[in-house]
Design a protein around this ligand. Structure first.
Ligand code: UDP
Ligand code: MG
Length: 317
């Protein structure tokens, strides 16, 4: 019999865990598969860890990982995949925005020979207009700029075959943007649409600044186009400067109206200053990431791992 692993990152979700577990169990009981449920406690400050431990003490299918602090959603997903033994791995959020009832559909696509089945939100209840618009624009922009197509509205709810999981786990980069990484590895992929429901309880952990950081991570991890902005901006500005220099010379040589020219001066200074800051900033984003990667720190640290039948250590190379 094949094994299915469910990986769930948890950061302050004490209210959601029991209802999630119950709905999951109901679905998993209908499958003819062995399964394990891996909760990754990503530095929760509420009683999420106690709640998952309570579930584990009653059910040997539940396994828990406890991080030493908060390492972030994408890293929590990675840690869960590191420890998962399934022939297929489903990752999903803890807040019940990802309906467990969709899992049989994902499995059906997997059995038809797809190696990665990702999900796309048809509509999302209870998501602010601002988040919807900015995220839509961001993914459209990112897809244009990167060589890897990244589907807009894709959720961090997906089923991955063992070979896709192993491929992704070989990518140990720190700035993890799993939506892009899954697309990057290739294999046979398909998607399933679903209606995301409202968060069951608690609050979203993605504030505007966190979303922005996530967006910049995705952009820099999958596109070098921003680096080229410096080149293009430089080219365009030089062209203008060249034309303007010709004009200035002509005015000087053939007319007598050489005015102090405050406006053109200030505009040029501001424009050049802005362009320089922008391109230095873009360079900084990439250089900072090179710095982060060269330190080769482990992606995460585990305080406790419970319920696994083998020693759990982050497999760093
Ligand atoms: N999460 C996490 N670590 C974090 C932030 C979030 O493990 O630092 C988990 C969170 O518990 C949830 C999932 O990642 O299971 C998605 O987070 P959230 O629902 O806050 O994001 P949103 O759905 O609002 O984009
Ligand atoms: Mg959510």
């Amino acid at each position: 019999m094949k094994t299915l692993s469910i990986v769930i990152p948890v950061c302050n979700e004490q209210k959601c865990l029991v209802p999630l577990y119950e709905r999951l169990k109901k679905v998993l009981a209908t499958l003819e598969m062995n399964y394990e449920i891996i909760f990754v406690n990503d530095g929760s400050t509420d009683s999420s860890y106690e709640a998952m431990e309570r579930l584990r003490s009653k059910d040997s299918c539940v396994k828990t990982l406890d991080f030493s602090r908060n390492f972030g959603h994408q890293i929590a997903l990675t840690a869960g995949m590191d420890c998962a033994v399934g022939d297929a791995v489903v990752v999903m959020d803890a807040d019940l925005q990802h309906p467990p009832e969709l899992i049989p559909k994902l499995l059906h696509e997997w059995e038809r020979g797809n190696d990665a089945v990702y999900t796309v939100r048809r509509k999302t209840e209870g998501i602010g207009l601002l988040k919807r618009i900015t995220s839509g624009l961001f993914y459209r922009f990112l897809s244009k700029m990167s060589e890897t197509p990244i589907s807009p509205r894709a959720a961090d709810f997906r089923l991955l075959d063992r070979k896709v999981v192993d491929s992704i786990l070989r990518m140990r980069e720190r700035a993890r943007f799993l939506r892009g990484m899954v697309q990057w590895v290739g294999f046979r992929q398909t998607f399933v649409e679903f209606d995301a429901s409202q968060r069951y309880g608690g609050a979203s952990k993605y504030s505007l600044t966190r979303m922005l950081r996530f967006g910049i991570d995705g952009m820099t991890a999958f596109s070098r186009v921003p680096l080229r902005i410096a080149t293009y901006l430089g080219l365009i500005l030089s062209l203008f400067a060249f034309i303007y220099a010709g004009y200035a010379l002509a005015v000087k040589l053939f007319t007598s109206r050489t005015l102090p020219g405050w406006t053109s001066l200030i505009v040029t200074v501001l424009l050049l200053g802005g362009a320089q800051l922008l391109t230095v900033g873009i360079l900084g984003e990439y250089v900072g990431r090179i710095y982060d990667e060269t330190k080769r720190r482990p992606l995460y640290l585990i305080r406790r791992a419970q319920g696994f039948d083998r020693e759990i250590e982050p497999p760093e190379k």
